[in-house]
Structures are given as structure tokens and as C-alpha cells.
Design a protein around this ligand. Structure first.
Ligand code: MYA
Ligand code: CJ4
Length: 409
């Protein structure tokens, strides 16, 4: 562990000196460069113009000899298993390597197949001889409004290189290949998030956590017993009512799609960067799916109008090397809209539902208006920051988290 800890410190020092840090790959890309920070003479908008489709590289980038590209059909049970296992063993871990995201197969099928998706954007690298999947990166199409213009872009996610193939500069090749395939569909921008600092974040957000099962969170080292706090006092502090308190609070259903679309479109229009939701988008991204996405709304008992909405997605983490627990059941706040029910009360009902469904922790970023409820509902600030990025699109000033209306998975 001590070597790892030293590596982590070195990494942290490097990151903190990020201005001196050489980004040999990212310096070649059409993204905001650190050297340009503060240069308000640079125009807002696309950095490079589209190239004619005939001039886009028609063949995949070269991989080192033992490897080959594979387009992953996430609908195939076998391929989905391979992707699931690569991520379950090699995807994002916390800085102390105590937890690793454990995206489920049904979550991956949801996350990667929105209306109009491209299978060619689900890109794997495998070993020619053994056919073993050793790397992965994905894109999905999205319509994102940025500074009052709607841009068709790719949302890039699930970039993963097997632990044994790290620091071999495979990631830049993966990124260039997904870029090439997005260009072939005549799209020229992308949005992505990462826990690491790269050229150049458009916003940097903070994770907050609300304990639902404090005893387990303390046992596994996710959180620590507060000073002058006993375990029983801590359990009492986070106790929640047995049932939700808002009249008309219920699960979203398919017939609610038009009303929820109106509600969320209106709400997201207040943010500088936000998805351009239509009914297709709402039907895919917000209709409940067991163990993947939960969404609730408030239907006024008097007028039957839909006045409020809240949602969270399910992303468990593997607990690495603990004898009593193997999985942390985490809910991540997704999109929430309050027009009649106070946001505090709406989100408290979301916490109550999450507790009823045996989640251990409820996570939220400080985006949108989440700051209204974070402290009040006993969320604590986490150590994880999430940086938001746009590819080939310059925004003159970095955004405050409260100007962001976009949550990626
Ligand atoms: C128009 C369409 C455009 C579409 C594309 C838009 C861009 C999409 C961009 C991707 C969005 C992904 C969104 C998510 O999925 S974020 C989640 C990323 N995945 C993980 O953290 C899982 C665990 N880690 C790994 O699997 C590997 O460490 C990865 C694969 C992350 C790097 O592999 P490795 O550790 O073996 O390194 P390398 O030697 O191959 O390459 C080193 C180069 O890679 C740059 N690097 C490191 N981490 C990231 C990162 N998270 N985003 C972008 N770049 C990253 C790094 O700065 C350096 O470049 P430079 O500093 O020298 O310049
Ligand atoms: C590219 N998609 C971005 C979203 C992926 N997401 C959800 C994410 N990206 C970076 C983070 F920093 C993060 N955090 C949630 C907070 C947290 O829970 N920290 C303790 C912890 C428990 N399990 C894990 C697994 C990995 C990392 C930290 N973990 C920090 N979440």
C-alpha cells in the first residue's frame, strides 16, 4: 500500500502542478488549453470546423500488434458479460482503492442504448489470440444546449483500459478512434466528465453523500464516526420516516411522459449547459427501470397536475477486500424539478424511498439547485470532484456548478 500511497501523492503533486504538467495528447486536441485560460479574445463556440465526410479517416487507427478493435453489441448476452466484467475489475476506483464502480449489465444496456444510438460507438479492444476484452470506450448521441444553441454531440463514457495495460498510451488511441467514428456520423462536439483534471474543465463539481445506513458506511470505511459521536447517536442522526410525506407522491409511469417532459424542459432552460429533453429522451432516460433508474413525481390530488419530479440512478460499488461486505448500494441524484412542493421536502421523500429500498448512501453533485438541500438534508461533502468537459467547443468562462443542468452516468 505504501508504494500506492506514494504514487498517489506523486500524482496529486503532479495534478496540483497541472499548469506545468505536459499533456502530450491533450495538447494536440481541439479543447480549451491551459495556456489559453483567461484569454477572452478567443471566440466562444466550436474550436475546429467540421471536415467534409469524405476527408474523415475511413479506417480505424492502428493498435499495437497483439490487439484488434471490436464493435461491442451490448445486446448480446455474452458481449455484455465481457464488458460488465472488464469494468467490474478495471473501472474507476477511489483514491484509496477501497471501492470500484460496479455498473450492472441492465444499467449498461440502459446507458448505452438511448433512442438513435450507434452500435459502432461501443468500441472494444481485444487480444487477437485470446479474444480477451482489454479496453473499452463508448459514445451515445445527445442534444445538449450550450449557451442558447442546441448542439448534437456525443456523450463519451466508460473509458477503461485493463489494469495490466495501463500507461501504454492506449487511452489516446481509444479517444481518437471514438472521435473518428463520431465524425463519420457528422458530429463534431462531445461532452464527458472525469475525476481527473485534463485540459480544460468547463466546470468542477463536488460530490455530497447522505448516509442512509451509517453503520455499514463506517464499517467499510466510506465514512468515519464524527468527533464526540457514538454509533447509536449517529444512527439516530440519519434516521428517516418510514414513508414519504408529500400527498400525490408516486412512481412515474409511461402516461406521465408528456407532463414530465414539459416540466423538465421548462426547468432545464434556466441552466447554461443542459440536455434538450424531448419525449423520446424522457421516455428512455427517466421512466423507472428496476435497479437502474427510479423516478417519482407529485400529482396534485386536487388538479391532477404534475407539479414536481425527482429521480436517482443505481450505481453500486464493489467494496474491495472487506470480510463482511462486498457491495455498497449507492443512489445517485439524477434530475429533480420542484414547482409546488419545496425542493427540500421533495428530496427528503427521495431519501425516504431510497432508504425503504435499502440503499446505503445517496450521492448528489452540487449542480443545478442541489445546494438548496445538501446541507439541510444532512449530506456531507465527499472527497470526489467531478470535472465536466466539452470537446471542440469553447466556453469563455468556466461555469459554476449551479449553472450546470447536465448529469452524466
Ligand atoms: C467529436 C467527438 C469527440 C469524442 C471524444 C471526446 C473526448 C473523450 C475523452 C475521454 C472521456 C472519458 C470519460 C470517462 O470514461 S472517465 C472514467 C475513466 N476511466 C477510469 O478512470 C477507469 C480506470 N482507469 C483506466 O482505465 C485508465 O487509467 C484510463 C483508460 C482512464 C487511462 O489509461 P492509462 O492510465 O493507461 O493512460 P494512457 O497511458 O493510456 O494515456 C495517458 C493519457 O490519457 C489521458 N487520460 C487519463 N485518464 C483520462 C480520462 N479519464 N479521460 C481522458 N483522458 C485521460 C492522460 O491525461 C494522458 O494524456 P496526456 O495528459 O498525456 O495528454
Ligand atoms: C464518467 N462517469 C462520471 C460519473 C462516475 N461517478 C459516479 C463518479 N466519478 C468520479 C467520482 F469521484 C465519483 N464519486 C462518487 C463519490 C464517491 O462515492 N466516492 C467514494 C466511492 C465509492 N465508490 C467509488 C467508486 C469509484 C470512485 C469513488 N468511489 C466520488 N463518482
Amino acid at each position: 500500500e505504501s508504494d500506492l500511497a506514494l504514487d498517489n501523492i506523486a500524482q496529486k503533486v503532479q495534478e496540483s502542478l497541472s499548469l506545468e504538467k505536459r499533456h502530450k495528447f491533450w495538447e494536440t486536441q481541439p479543447v480549451g488549453q491551459f495556456k489559453d485560460i483567461g484569454d477572452s479574445s478567443l471566440p466562444e463556440g466550436p474550436i475546429e470546423l467540421p471536415t467534409p465526410l469524405s476527408e474523415v479517416k475511413q479506417v480505424p487507427y492502428n493498435l499495437p500488434d497483439p490487439y484488434e478493435w471490436i464493435t461491442c453489441d451490448i445486446n448480446s448476452e455474452e458481449m455484455c458479460d465481457e464488458v460488465y466484467n472488464l469494468l467490474a475489475h478495471n473501472y474507476v476506483e477511489d483514491d484509496e482503492n477501497m471501492f470500484r464502480f460496479n455498473y450492472s449489465k441492465e444499467f449498461l444496456r440502459w446507458a448505452l442504448q438511448p433512442h438513435g444510438y450507434f452500435r459502432s460507438w461501443h468500441i472494444g479492444v481485444r487480444v487477437k489470440s485470446s479474444k480477451k476484452l482489454v479496453a473499452f470506450i463508448t459514445g451515445i448521441p445527445a442534444r445538449i444546449r450550450v449557451c442558447n444553441e442546441v448542439v448534437h454531440m456525443a456523450e463519451i463514457n466508460f473509458l477503461c483500459v485493463h489494469k495490466k495495460l495501463r500507461t501504454k498510451r492506449l487511452a489516446p488511441v481509444m479517444i481518437k478512434e471514438v472521435t473518428r467514428r463520431v465524425h463519420l456520423e457528422n458530429m463534431w462536439q462531445a461532452a464527458y466528465t472525469a475525476g481527473v483534471i485534463l485540459p480544460t474543465p468547463i466546470a468542477t463539481c463536488q460530490y455530497w453523500h447522505r448516509s442512509l445506513n451509517p453503520k455499514k458506511l463506517i464499517d467499510v470505511g466510506f465514512s468515519r464516526l464524527g468527533a464526540r459521536m457514538t454509533m447509536s447517536r449517529t444512527i439516530k442522526l440519519y434516521k428517516l420516516p418510514e414513508s414519504t410525506i408529500t400527498p400525490g407522491f408516486r412512481k412515474m409511469e409511461i402516461h406521465d411522459v408528456p407532463a414530465v417532459t414539459r416540466l423538465i424542459r421548462n426547468y432545464l432552460s434556466h441552466f447554461v449547459v443542459a440536455p434538450d429533453f424531448d419525449e423520446n429522451y424522457v421516455e428512455h432516460w427517466l421512466l423507472p427501470r428496476d435497479n437502474v433508474i427510479d423516478s417519482y413525481l407529485v400529482e396534485s390530488p386536487e388538479t391532477h397536475e404534475v407539479t414536481d419530479f425527482c429521480s436517482f440512478y443505481t450505481l453500486p460499488s464493489s467494496i474491495l477486500g472487506h470480510q463482511n461486505y462486498s457491495t455498497l448500494k449507492a443512489a445517485y441524484s439524477f434530475y429533480n424539478v420542484s414547482t409546488v412542493t419545496p425542493l427540500l421536502q421533495l428530496m427528503n421523500d427521495a431519501l425516504i424511498v431510497a432508504k425503504q429500498k435499502d440503499y446505503d448512501v445517496f450521492n448528489a453533485l452540487d449542480v443545478m439547485q442541489n445546494e438548496i438541500f445538501l446541507r439541510e438534508l444532512k449530506f456531507g461533502p465527499g472527497d470526489g470532484k467531478l470535472h465536466y468537459y466539452l470537446y471542440n467547443y469553447r466556453i469563455r468562462h468556466a461555469l459554476k456548478p449551479s449553472e450546470l443542468g447536465l448529469v452524466l452516468l
